[in-house]
Write a protein that binds this ligand. Structure first.
Ligand SMILES: N[C@@H](CCC(=O)N[C@@H](CS)C(=O)NCC(=O)O)C(=O)O
Length: 216
């Protein structure tokens, strides 16, 4: 299997975590989205017509969208399962994962920030204010869901004793927020999960500075 990824792409990091947790061997291809490599004709024609990372290639099979990739990995490599089968916990995991991936991540994505800066002429201060605003609003929702879950589920992860898709989404999103200097002090349950997960070998191996295309 081949993974197309950029070292500090949080969506790529979600898939890297899943691959590490499942112990799936893969060949890593760095796609420098800062330099526009995700818009190269070769990449669009042969890897991901959406012009985004991550993407996986397995023989003739090609797939983009981090959540779809992790769902596919769960089908192909069921242990450990990252999207639980049991109905209630499955819905909780998906609820939090969608909050991060559908509501939080898209508004602070690279192309959004570039549009703010290059087309709408936002100043660095305005761009930072935009970023911080959506992180604070999204994280308040994440924290609420995690606090509610912790009333009935024991364990250090988002939803109990095992990592799930929710942790694959939470950790990269919080890493990005920290890198951008966002204040996360109002979200203690999220921080506790983040601190715990960040020490797990699979999460460590998936970190940006562990990737072959890392740029300091
Ligand atoms: N919903 C997609 C989002 C993918 C995405 O936006 N990836 C970012 C990197 S984190 C990207 O390729 N950005 C390029 C750009 O914004 O131009 C997923 O989960 O895979």
């Amino acid at each position: 299997m081949e993974l197309y990824s950029f070292f500090n792409s949080s969506t790529s990091q979600r898939v890297r975590i899943a691959l590490q947790l499942k112990g799936v061997a893969h060949e890593y291809h760095g796609v420098n989205i800062r330099a526009g490599a995700h818009r190269d004709v070769y990449y669009l024609d042969n890897i991901n017509p959406a012009g985004l990372v991550p993407a996986v290639v397995d023989g003739d099979f090609r797939l983009g969208q981090s959540l779809a990739i992790i769902d596919w990995l769960d089908t192909r490599y069921p242990e450990p399962r990252l999207i639980p089968v049991e109905s209630e916990i499955r819905m909780r995991v998906l609820e939090l994962s969608y909050l991060i991936s559908c509501d939080m991540h898209p508004v602070n994505n690279l192309r959004m920030l570039k549009y703010l800066q290059d087309v709408l002429c936002a100043t660095p201060t305005q761009k930072d204010a935009w970023y911080n605003h959506w992180i604070a609003q999204g994280m308040a929702g994440v924290e609420g869901l995690l606090v509610r879950a912790a009333r009935t589920l024991d364990g250090p992860w988002c939803f109990g004793p095992q990592p799930t898709l929710a942790d694959c989404c939470l950790v990269p999103q919080m890493s990005n927020a920290r890198r951008m200097g966002c204040d996360l002090s109002a979200f203690p349950r999220s921080r506790a999960v983040y601190e715990y997960a960040s020490k797990h070998p699979a999460f460590v191996a998936a970190q940006p500075d562990q990737q072959p295309d890392y740029i300091a």
